[in-house]
Write a protein that binds this ligand. Structure first.
Ligand SMILES: NC(=O)C1=CN([C@@H]2O[C@H](COP(=O)(O)OP(=O)(O)OC[C@H]3O[C@@H](n4cnc5c(N)ncnc54)[C@H](O)[C@@H]3O)[C@@H](O)[C@H]2O)C=CC1
Ligand SMILES: CC(=O)C(=O)O
Ligand SMILES: [Mg+2]
Length: 362
């Protein structure tokens, strides 16, 4: 199969869809790999390393999309890429369709085969291709939150860990999944007081078992959220309803009850966000303020730490890309129920029903 790796063009998206090691595996299996020049530079992989692994370097994004039977990338195609995608082309990447009706309509129109990393499942119903980026974003959410609590960047002027004689800050985490647990680990390590909420008692029991004593668990319901937002300094949004728009757990009216200068990092922004006032931002311009509450909602947080994120992502995506290339997409999906869950849109038809529900197309 001819596999194409374009350079990412979303704002500050520095990851790349495949490492030279992944290219080497594909080439060893008699596939051809075409990569756009400098696509790997920001992740630490030179054109030379890709050539040594057996790839052909192409000068433009247009050439990559033109030649490839399968595109392997990182972020959802952005508007400039819509028309480059061809009928029957396999596009293997994050899509997060529920957050963009425009992207969904464009991919339907393209008649491409859209296999979304974020809905591929493993045998236990876990999300193996989302997990490593949620680990990155969960850990980063505390770094970013701590930074935006500083006064010069409009925060409350609070040091999250406190100092001897001064209480630490309080962190509220919505969702005890991958993002939530990694955030709890980082925040508790800094010495903050952490409250983590979920609707899944199994997740809360696990959190209670493994997290240190400065983390407490509470069931997630409107009453507990309303009560907690008033007293916490930093809120992390890490909820997910697979394939669907995230629920608005923090509503506009709750902001007025929060401490002035409190920070919300809504990691769930890529599924539309779990805060009513969330709108996607970029690494270039990551925050905005509503009712004195700082909102950080960058939809590609891991793109800022590409040395870590490209390796973590491709550690898990490469074997699936190889399977699709070796078997063809139809046989590969038929042989693997979990990979089949990744098929969101195929040849103009929406396969993943949660997308249809999200846009009220039923
Ligand atoms: N902004 C970014 O750069 C990135 C965003 N993400 C996003 O972060 C979100 C979370 O991802 P994961 O942690 O991997 O998902 P996950 O599935 O591991 O965890 C989500 C948790 O939310 C819980 N939940 C569902 N409804 C809830 C409610 N009403 N209240 C409290 N908890 C609730 C679930 O029970 C589950 O434990 C996803 O939307 C994912 O796409 C992930 C990586 C990077
Ligand atoms: C999952 C996701 O949105 C990201 O890694 O950018
Ligand atoms: Mg206020």
């Amino acid at each position: 199969m001819k596999v194409g790796i374009p350079k990412e063009i979303k704002n500050n998206e520095n990851r790349v869809g495949m490492t030279p090691g992944g290219v080497y595996e594909l080439v060893k299996n008699n596939h051809e790999v075409f990569i756009q020049t400098t696509a790997g530079d920001n992740s630490g992989f030179s054109d030379e390393a890709y050539v040594n692994a057996g790839a052909t370097i192409l000068n433009t994004i247009e050439e990559v999309y033109q030649v490839a039977e399968m595109i392997v990338k990182v972020k959802e195609p952005i508007e400039k890429e819509y028309d480059l995608i061809k009928k029957d082309q396999i596009v293997f990447t994050y899509f997060h369709f529920a957050s963009s009706e425009a992207l969904t309509k464009a991919m339907i129109k393209s008649k491409a085969i859209c296999i979304a990393y974020e809905t591929v499942e493993d045998k236990d119903g876990g999300l193996p291709l989302l997990t490593p980026m949620s680990e990155v974003a969960g850990r980063m959410s505390i770094q970013q939150g701590a930074k935006y609590l500083e006064k010069p960047v409009k925060g409350r002027g609070l040091l999250l860990g406190g100092v001897p004689g001064v209480s630490p800050g309080k962190v509220l985490i919505l969702g005890a999944g991958i993002v939530g647990m990694q955030a709890a680990k980082m925040a508790s390590g800094l010495g903050a007081q952490v409250t983590i909420l979920d609707i899944d008692m199994k997740r809360l029991r696990y959190a209670n078992d493994v997290l240190p004593n400065n983390c407490v668990t509470e069931f997630s319901n409107e009453y507990n959220i309303r009560t907690n937002v008033k007293t916490h300094d930093l809120i992390i949004g890490g909820v997910l309803l697979k394939g669907k728009k995230a629920p608005n757990l923090i509503t506009r009216d709750m902001l007025k009850t929060m401490k002035p200068g409190a920070v919300i990092v809504d990691v769930a922004v890529d599924q539309g966000g779990c805060v009513e006032t969330t709108k996607p931002t970029t690494h270039e311009d990551p925050i905005y303020i509503i009712d004195d509450v700082v909102h950080y909602s960058v939809a590609n947080m891991p793109g800022a730490v590409p040395y870590t994120s490209t390796l973590a992502l491709t550690n898990v995506t490469t074997s699936y890309a190889l399977k699709i290339a070796n078997m063809g997409w139809e046989k590969a999906l038929a042989s693997d129920e979990g990979l089949k869950k990744g098929l969101n849109i195929s040849k103009g038809e929406v396969i993943y029903k949660e997308i249809i529900e999200t846009f009220d197309w039923v």
